[in-house]
Write a protein that binds this ligand. Structure first.
Ligand SMILES: Nc1ncnc2c1ncn2[C@@H]1O[C@H](COP(=O)(O)OP(=O)(O)OP(=O)(O)O)[C@@H](O)[C@H]1O
Ligand SMILES: [Mg+2]
Length: 456
């Protein structure tokens, strides 16, 4: 029997690199037209608009099982656009970013690793009507008693929780295990939470807005006092991914005795996730969907540096895209004609075999003009908190168009440090010269190597 309880939250998404912190979205207007400078993005308008269309298609659920390729030179914003897509989709749609080379590991078969990421990028929204106790916490008192097993120390025998809703209040006397979950959710007095009557699982909804005037440094979500009675039926929406279900069902639901607890410690993945198990999970999922309890949310699997994949993975990918349940796959590559990895002589654009290329929608990213580079550097400097003089900005922009945007961006932080040690109020041209003399760009570095055959 497939169970859906005991699944951890899969919505922790942190961005892979801090290099893109200035990117906040695609920066399109309501007609989907890219504004020249918006949401941290500068230029690259066609690619952004193309990405916007794809976001719309994904939101309308018309896109599953399709693949998109972001193609363009180094540092033209491919990775940035992919991240912007994820920001546009919001936190409820799974977005799984990986780099091609991540699929190779000694422990896990590469196609297996790909399949796992596939399943991570397919969400399932489950709606259930449950009996809950919901309200603003007015009291939270653990009751202690002597440890029944003797010895010193006390144990918590009960916890008294007071809940207030718009229609009334209730005081509950709960099991200590529930107290643990309350602590895990970091519930304090003045928060709104609910407790499921059957399972005892606890969920913090937010801070009651009666407390909204308090000084609060951290961003806090304020919620109104729950309507109706404290004890009621409530529709609960849970977002998880197919991979969460696979894991929950592969792992033995361990008991509380010492032996099985040790077993869990040593072998966290006792049962492997097999194709058979996945099929079984799929069957149950399909049943839930038919019953209207669950809804499929195809998300995005982003594979950066796709030329790192080999022919075997490509073949597998092709087939996986054809499955009834598939995410949208976004690929990115900065390569031109390259030999497909794992073959001797198949040369193909971006190192992608022709049969996959055929089914791709391709978005092209173009090199930036000096002016665009200047604006991007300016934005980036602001994010990093580095003041730059206008002449120095011009210089960096020139440098960027001569070498690459990334090199110019990378010069920013060392120049900042050098300018500080020189006591400059902002980064000057001389600081950049200094940084450039310390750090080579790729072209100069190659030149040095060419002229110094002998060592290295
Ligand atoms: N149009 C843009 N507006 C603002 N910032 C940008 C833009 N394009 C790129 N950047 C920034 O420039 C840097 C390089 O871009 P990014 O990493 O997206 O390039 P890429 O196309 O993925 O390159 P590569 O092929 O080398 O992986 C990043 O810090 C990115 O945030
Ligand atoms: Mg990239």
């Amino acid at each position: 029997m497939v169970q859906i309880s005991e699944v951890k939250d899969s919505n922790t998404r942190d961005s892979r690199t801090a290099a893109h912190t200035h990117i906040k979205g695609l920066g399109l207007d309501e007609r989907g037209v890219a504004k020249a400078v918006e949401a941290g993005f500068v230029g690259q308008t066609e690619a952004r608009e193309g990405a916007g269309v794809i976001v719309d298609l994904i939101k309308a659920k018309k896109m599953s099982g399709k693949a998109i390729l972001l193609a363009g030179g180094p540092a033209t914003g491919k990775t940035a656009i992919a991240l912007a897509i994820s920001q546009e989709l919001g936190p409820k749609v799974p977005f799984v970013p990986i780099v091609g080379s991540e699929l190779y590991s000694v422990e896990v078969k590469k196609t297996e690793a790909l399949m796992e990421n596939f399943r991570r990028s397919i969400g399932l929204r489950i709606k259930e009507t449950k009996e809950v106790y919901e309200g603003e916490v007015t009291e939270l008192t653990p009751e202690e008693s002597e440890n029944p097993l003797g010895g010193y120390g006390k144990t918590i025998s009960h916890v008294i929780v007071g809940l207030k809703s718009a229609k009334g209040t209730k005081t509950l006397r709960l099991d200590p295990t529930i107290y643990e979950s309350i602590q895990k959710e970091k519930v304090t007095i003045g928060d709104v939470m609910y407790i499921e009557a059957n399972t005892g699982s606890v969920k913090r909804v937010g801070r009651s807005d009666a407390y909204a005037t308090e000084f609060d440094l951290e961003a806090e979500e304020y919620v109104p006092l729950p309507k109706g009675d404290v004890h009621k039926k409530k529709e609960i929406v849970q977002d998880l991914t197919l991979h969460d279900l696979d894991v929950a069902n592969a792992r033995p639901q361990g008991g509380q005795d010492v032996l099985s607890m040790m077993g869990q410690l040593l072998k966290p993945k006792k049962t492997e996730i097999t194709e058979k198990l996945r099929q079984e999970v799929n069957k149950v999922v399909q049943k839930y969907i038919d019953q209207g309890v669950a809804e499929l949310v195809p998300g995005v699997l982003f594979i950066d540096e796709v030329h790192m994949l080999d022919i075997e993975i490509f073949t597998y990918l092709n087939r996986a895209l054809e499955a009834t349940i598939a995410p949208i796959v976004v690929l990115a590559s900065n390569r031109g004609m390259t030999t497909v990895k794992g073959t001797e002589d198949i040369r193909a654009p971006h190192g992608i075999p022709p049969d996959l290329i055929d089914r791709l929608l391709i978005i092209r990213t173009l090199p930036y003009s000096v002016d665009e580079i200047r604006v991007i550097i300016e934005k980036r400097a602001k994010v990093e908190g580095l003041p730059v003089s206008p002449e120095a900005l011009d210089k960096l922009a020139q440098e960027g168009s001569k070498t690459s945007l990334r090199y110019a961006l990378q010069l920013l932080s060392p120049s900042g440090i050098l300018s500080k040690t020189m006591g400059h109020a902002s980064i000057q041209v001389s600081d950049i010269d200094e940084a450039e003399s310390l750090f080579l760009d790729a072209k100069r570095s190659t030149k040095v190597l060419e002229s110094t055959t002998g060592y290295l």
